[in-house]
Design a binder for this molecule. Sequence first.
Ligand code: PLP
Length: 397
Amino acid sequence: MKITYMDNNATTRVAPEVMEEMSPFMDTLYGNPSSMHSFGGQVQKSISQARERVASALDCSPEEIIFTSGGTEGDNAAIFAAINAQPDKRHIVTTRVEHPAVLNTAKYLETRGYEVTYLPVDDTGRLDIDQLRDSLRQDTALVSVMYANNETGNIYPVQEMARIVKERGILFHTDAVQAIGKFNLSLNSLPVDYLAMSGHKIHAPKGVGALFVRKKAPFRPFIMGGHQENGRRAGTENSAGIIGLGRAMEMASQNIDQENARLAGLRDRLEQGLINSVKNTRINGNPDARLSNTSNISFKYVEGESLLLMMDVLGICASSGSACTSGSLEPSSVLRAMGVPFTYVHGSVRFSLSRYTTEEEVDLVLDNLPGIISRLRDISPFCEGREPGTVSPKYEN
Ligand code: PLP
């Protein structure tokens, strides 16, 4: 069966050019980059080249890049570096729409005596800059705000927020996992202290990422052991992955504007087609600042998991904004933070496109989805035992 892959915010296909560049490092060039011999030294050289490629794409210095295992590690390393360097400051600011890599770390820190302010969002998922300003305190150790949201594609005004936070002398971290490769991002002019990114969202393999740490920002290793990464991240390097990440970054920073225009065209075709053919449909997110590859759509009185399963039969891959398992309904925390009504939130689907997505694939979804939705609405719109339109008090809006 042909796969129509529209789940690129979950992960992406490794680009053939990236595979080609990585392959010798899993085969003939398998030396340990820390070894004294030149066989390992060649690998070290290629890692340095990858660091330069990442730094050049982000407009920062190579010494400010630490290779990690991905976005989650980068987020954790940044947060713990910031708080461990300022033991007297026990307050953190983040948002209600962060990825679990930040949100669950913040929740863990609450159990360790930290106070966390979770900034709310409006019904399109926008943050209020004044609320950020008001949340800052003498004892604020760190502000962590994502650059772009994985579920809605919303882009946050990190430039402005970081400026406000830095004026108060507070450290700023951004989770840029979904933003990298989608903007010409310049760390030379973006006043953040830490920025985390991940390889597998930009056509590099899983299990590799990078953390930017600005020269003067405090940093202590999150993973301790050997002296790799200049003593900042222990463990034998994932050489092939790092080299793949370098190539993927180089590719991602080419033709960004043309690719964004193409993706926005496909996304709009998908959204408009669905709005025209399916009643009671809403697009979730900020129409004025959204990633061009991401579309989060809710279909009223439809159960998102069933929708995904029926699309799966046709080889269409997307993600749901809710999980309905064994009678417990857990809608997406991001959509709940935006106050998406109960009758819509469970029928939310995220389509996320990539450089490999074609117009034919979008049309395949448009040809099939309206029929699937109408069949689902004909049978039972919600999970077992729940009448259409009935609202559990827990989720009442
Ligand atoms: N942050 C965001 C916004 C993400 O979308 C993801 C992955 O979905 C992560 C962090 C975690 O990245 P990784 O899978 O590389 O650990």
